[in-house]
Design a protein around this ligand. Sequence first.
Ligand code: ADP
Length: 486
Amino acid sequence: LKSLLKDPSLLADKAFIAGEWVASETGATYEVTNPARGDVIANVADPTRAQVSYAIEKAAEAQKDWASWTGKERAAVLRRWFDLMMENQDDLATILTAEQGKPLAEAKGEIAYGASFVEFFAEEAKRIYGETIPGHQRDKRITVMKQPIGVAASITPWNFPNAMITRKVGPALAAGCGFVARPSELTPLSALALGVLAERAGLPKGILSIVPTTDAPGTGQEFCENPTVRKITFTGSTNVGRILLRQAADQVMKCSMELGGNAPFIVFDDADLDAAVEGAIMCKFRNNGQTCVCANRIYVQDGVYDAFAEKLKAAVEKLKMGDGLEAGTDLGPLINDNAIKKVQEHVADATAKGAKVILGGGDPMQGPGNFLPPTIVTGATNDMLFATDETFGPLAPLFRFKDEDEVIAMANDTIFGLASYFYAKDLSRVYKVAEALEYGIVGVNTGIISTEVAPFGGVKQSGLGREGSHHGIEEYLEMKYVCISV
Ligand code: ADP
């Protein structure tokens, strides 16, 4: 991997704790593998819980000074960090693809997307406005101050090894918080590379630590039990989110949770079918179906069902599967064996209950790498596993529906509420359906909704809080009401 990088020093394998690059106290390391080839690309330090605790303590010390900087001063450092990410976009993308598998073009897209949060929140650092409120008595003056919450800690997944971190660190640092980030043990290299660049950007020592531990539960406990941590921010499954929320309850810790989704993608009979197919491809097969906003259930209205199925099949057939580092690859490998098994289980369950495979449905490819060809099934129904459970892989199930009320009821019949999508032209239908969908995000006539300028987040059991937009920084700020008697 080193030989593919213009700047090999971006490939860090130590933990970044309190401004130093350190091995584990026990000397423990673990292997990071390339999911496209199965080979080991790095041995990364596995810090202990005591080292995580030390990172938290140092973040708290450094944070006091950092919070006293002006917004403009913090913005300048963050802006340099953003610039360095973009200058090193190719290398960061190569590292990302090597450890995660997504095609290089998508990885470059993720680096730009990830960096955009740092740029956006650098700008917001200057605009953390308080408020004055007319007093409730003649002699009272009311001021509302916004102050950083203190030390925040994150746990993030492997599917966006860069952007899921910057989405949290960007606003936190802009607000004046200290931060300890624990990346997924499957993809620590992208996180550590961010640490290398943060150091180069001149971020003061200790403000940001990156602890690439393998013991996720232990690190989660440290984050929740250590009284110095005032905020936990998590992206991952609803199950782990529930564990963290329970643990965080003892300290009544502030929590942001970006949890699972089960996104409906609805195609009405007045939709532009070609646009809907294009949107479905981007939405379903980006990152090979491994995103929490990927379409999981595709609902197609009766009159256009067969035509949509044919068009989708023709488009998916053209996607090229392969090593993400090779040019022209559209679909990379899945992250591991379990991811393949889950897709296969969902396909088997659906066919046993009467669904028909019109594309794929086969076994994983022979040879190294976790490659599973994409699958489309028709005749999907509510009793099938994917109706309630996120597949997180390249399986597109097509459900048939008759009218608006029916499809809205089906789309909302889930504990999740992150992203939803629909294609339609009728204006009143567009408004009515957008209002009726119980989701934090609705894409209308588009399959791509992620941007740093909009609030990303879910309702119901998909999470708490929002990331991105001017709302995103509020997650790292406390309001202080000051009442002055004059
Ligand atoms: P995914 O399906 O995206 O892997 P997970 O919720 O399992 O979702 O993982 C998201 C992140 O949470 C990963 O970094 C994982 O290591 C971490 N994690 C898993 N179990 C726990 C736990 N009990 N406490 C804290 N973090 C955990």
